[in-house]
Design a binder for this molecule. Structure first.
Ligand SMILES: CCCCCCCCCCCC(=O)SCCNC(=O)CCNC(=O)[C@H](O)C(C)(C)COP(=O)(O)OP(=O)(O)OC[C@H]1O[C@@H](n2cnc3c(N)ncnc32)[C@H](O)[C@@H]1OP(=O)(O)O
Length: 177
């Protein structure tokens, strides 16, 4: 597949900027009580650095993060990477994950997610998640294909009450078409 490396969008947040939630109710970055509360910082290239602290509610086995929940963290990081540097919303089409080490409760996963290329509406992204700091051992790796969509995608498919809520209060949503 031929891909192009896009330029960093001129309105992409400056390197070092901490991103706010893209949606107030997002499980990955919003205010959900048991959500991941991920915080992301824009890098100086086409990448974001994220942290995710594994909480009590995130367990799958005793004392260990649930694998599907870790996938959620990568979905969030990769989707935000595509959206941030292209300044368009993108939804997950495909997501592959390698689990290399167990991730304990109370640990912090340091995720670097990178935009690797685009081909039309397809956006190729990848990420590494490390334990014990940004230079620590890799615990999880992921690669994703995201597809850019228009805002109508959400208005058409989303639950009506939530669409009405963000229409009434647009500050719930970080939209950058
Ligand atoms: C600042 C902002 C922050 C924004 C921050 C946002 C952060 C979000 C983080 C969470 C992200 C999510 O969880 S999103 C929620 C989970 N994902 C979803 O709900 C998506 C559900 N799927 C869909 O709605 C649809 O299938 C779409 C939109 C993905 C594609 O449908 P479509 O619009 O009709 O387009 P379509 O022609 O089918 O596909 C376009 C191109 O992508 C390819 N393609 C599509 N799906 C796949 C696939 N699974 N595997 C391979 N390739 C695929 C097609 O072959 C085609 O290639 P070619 O013919 O052009 O070569």
């Amino acid at each position: 597949m031929e891909t192009e490396l896009p330029p960093r969008h001129p309105e992409a947040p400056a390197p070092g900027t901490e991103l706010g939630p893209h949606y107030a109710k997002c499980f990955g970055c919003g205010e959900q009580p048991d959500g991941l509360h991920m915080r992301m910082v824009a890098g100086d290239g086409l990448y974001l650095d994220s942290t995710f602290k594994v909480l009590e509610a995130h367990q799958g086995a005793p004392g260990l993060a649930h694998g599907g929940l870790l996938v959620c963290a990568f979905d969030e990081a990769l989707g935000t990477t595509a959206g941030t540097f292209l300044r368009r919303p993108a939804v997950t089409g495909k997501l592959d994950t390698d689990f290399l080490r167990p991730v304990p409760v109370d640990s912090v996963l340091h995720i670097r997610s990178t935009l690797d290329g685009v081909a039309g509406r397809k956006v190729y992204v990848s990420a590494d998640g490390r334990l014990d700091g940004p230079e620590g051992p890799i615990a999880v790796k992921a690669r994703g294909l995201f597809v850019t969509v228009k805002l109508e995608h959400f208005a058409k498919h989303g639950r009506a009450s939530d669409i009405a809520a963000v229409t009434a209060n647009p500050s719930m949503l970080e939209v950058n078409p």
